[in-house]
Write a protein that binds this ligand. Structure first.
Ligand code: C2E
Ligand code: CA
Ligand code: CA
Length: 273
């Protein structure tokens, strides 16, 4: 499709968004299903556009990928996440891992591993505990090289998660070889979990698969207490979704973590809207 006038105008504003410091990082917690503890946070990119306000990534990440600017913006995301972790640490909130999303274009860059390690170890007080999330479909390209890079990051203590798991075409042979710690089960599977017998069987099979390969399973997009109960029944490790919290700015994280610590998931509370 040809770019519309509107998307071209958006692209022009997007091109200067990094310079103008218009990107923001929001964070959404992932909770341990059995203990209810906050296990980690996922960093989610937002664009505070002068015209359109807060723009969701589904609208602009594809444009950043098309222009190649995702590499620079991705570097900013990592640095900002590390910076926020240091601020939380100073506020007394330690030991929380943060996951950042990585685009295929970033992984394909020759200096990707160096760049990630540089950002993570940028400061002497650099907190441990950065993970990366990569969508399943992108791992299919240039598989040998991707696997080498991921293995290098993992040796440096960075956790690797496969995002949107179940929507791509990973073979079991590939899964067995991947240097990966976590499978994130796509939201579309979680939505169907309570509706049909097949829905729960599907998710339960993915959880078993993850455990068989020594990986953790994380459910995305958990919105109801019924979904959480089903996930608990089948032994899923972690859950993330509106039931616990929407993504919030970094400043709100200490208060959010404190609130979640005092309120075990599935204790009958209404989802946060
Ligand atoms: P994702 O990595 O699968 O992120 C999860 C998305 O699900 C987020 O959307 C989150 O806000 C949303 N979500 C979480 N819980 C629920 C729920 O209970 N119900 C529903 N309906 N949605 C929920 P968001 O923030 O709009 O991000 C969309 C996608 O944009 C992400 O999908 C990710 O692929 C991409 N993205 C976000 N930040 C970055 C980034 O820094 N770099 C790159 N390359 N991509 C990013
Ligand atoms: Ca993700
Ligand atoms: Ca996902």
């Amino acid at each position: 499709a040809r770019p519309t006038t509107r998307s071209l105008a958006l692209e022009a504003r997007l091109a200067v968004a990094l310079e103008r410091r218009e990107f923001r990082l929001y964070y959404q917690p992932k909770l341990d299903i059995s203990g209810g503890r906050v296990h980690g946070l996922e960093a989610l990119l937002r664009w505070q556009d002068s015209q359109d306000g807060l723009v969701p990534p589904s609208l602009f990440v594809p444009l950043l990928e098309r222009s190649g600017a995702i590499a620079e913006v991705g570097e900013w995301v990592l640095q900002q996440a590390v910076h926020d972790m240091q601020r939380w640490l100073a506020a007394g909130l330690g030991g929380i891992r943060v996951a950042v999303n990585v685009s295929p274009l970033q992984l394909r860059r020759r200096d990707f591993v160096d760049q990630v390690l540089r950002s993570v170890h940028a400061s002497v007080t650099a907190p441990q505990g950065v993970d990366i999330e990569i969508t399943e479909s992108m791992l299919m390209q240039d598989i040998e090289l991707s696997m080498r890079k991921l293995a290098q990051l993992r040796e440096a203590g960075i956790g690797i998660a496969i995002d949107d798991f179940g929507t791509g075409y990973s073979s079991l042979r590939l899964l067995a070889r991947l240097p990966v710690d976590t499978l994130k089960i796509d939201r579309s599977f979680i939505q169907g979990i309570a509706d049909t017998a097949n829905g729960i069987t599907l998710v339960s099979t993915i959880v078993s698969l993850a455990h068989a390969f020594g990986m953790q399973a994380v459910a995305e997009g958990v919105e109801t207490a019924a979904q959480l109960q089903s996930l608990r029944n089948i032994g899923c490790d972690q859950a993330q979704g509106y039931l616990f919290a929407r993504p919030v700015p970094g400043d709100e994280i200490p208060a959010l973590v404190a609130r979640l610590a005092g309120q075990p998931p599935g204790s009958g509370d209404e989802p946060v809207r």
